[in-house]
Design a protein around this ligand. Structure first.
Ligand code: MN
Ligand code: MN
Length: 245
């Protein structure tokens, strides 16, 4: 069941509307790192998670992301609606499609379900979610750097903060399964190359915890697979070689 409360979690109060900044904000409405992506990603993941506590967490965060989508949408509406039409025409997207928000990103590309990263394993999902939160946080930082309106900035800072909280929650959830620092998950055991690191980019090589300790560092890797079978294609064109002289 869904129920909706019209008040927003935090105030959305644009003092100086700026249609061009409204176009920037579309990135978090209909863009890859945006709130619709986050909301639908966690929501759809929750359907295939067996553990009730993890399902509950995903649904709590999914609903918060929907409320973020609402706040970003209201920011865009305020940045594009309460101003003289000539200003709106400085932002081509709103000149063409009318006042926002719309389900497009800042460049006008339509939102796509291919932005959503989910699969049938909760460890895979939670790791994808950490990356999603990092992307959302980064976009909010970029938006804040370009924002001149104090009211908008306050809202964006709250939205950025919450993405940090969500990343923390996903990390704690992985940790509770012993899967935050252990890369292995699933049921298929890896082969014996699992601890090998190949030094494949030569020159100015560096060592660190990612290729030391339990890792076996191969300084000069050699191909061990032999030549694969040549392709067989009877329809392909042939080179007509001259008879041997
Ligand atoms: Mn969010
Ligand atoms: Mn989030």
């Amino acid at each position: 069941m869904f129920s909706h409360v019209k008040e927003t979690i935090m105030p959305v109060d644009v003092r100086e509307p700026d249609a061009r900044f409204g176009q920037f904000l579309l990135e978090q409405f209909g863009g890859a790192t945006g709130e619709l992506t986050a909301a639908l990603q966690y929501w759809v993941q929750s359907f295939h998670v067996e553990d009730a506590s993890l399902r509950d967490m995903l649904q709590d965060i999914a609903l918060e992301e929907f409320s973020h989508l609402e706040m970003v949408g209201k920011l865009i509406a305020q940045h594009t609606s309460k101003i003289d039409q000539s200003k709106v025409y400085e932002a081509p997207i709103f000149a063409v499609k009318g006042i926002g928000p719309h389900l497009i990103d800042s460049q006008g590309s339509a939102w796509s379900a291919s932005y959503v990263n989910e699969g049938g394993n909760v460890v895979r999902d939670l790791r994808a979610n950490i990356a999603s939160e990092a992307g959302a946080r980064q976009t909010y930082e970029a938006l804040i750097k370009h924002c001149r309106d104090e009211g908008t900035k306050r809202t964006l800072r709250h939205l950025l903060t919450r993405e940090i909280t969500h990343a923390d929650m996903f990390m704690k959830a992985l940790d509770s399964m012993g899967r935050l620092t252990d890369p292995f998950f699933g049921t298929v055991q890896p082969d014996d190359t699992v601890n090998i690191v190949f030094n494949l980019s030569h020159g100015d090589d560096h060592r660190g915890p990612w290729n030391q300790g339990n890792f076996r560092y191969v300084e000069n890797p050699r191909a061990e697979g032999g030549l694969p079978p040549a392709p067989v294609n009877p329809d392909d064109e042939k080179i007509h070689r001259l008879a041997a002289e």
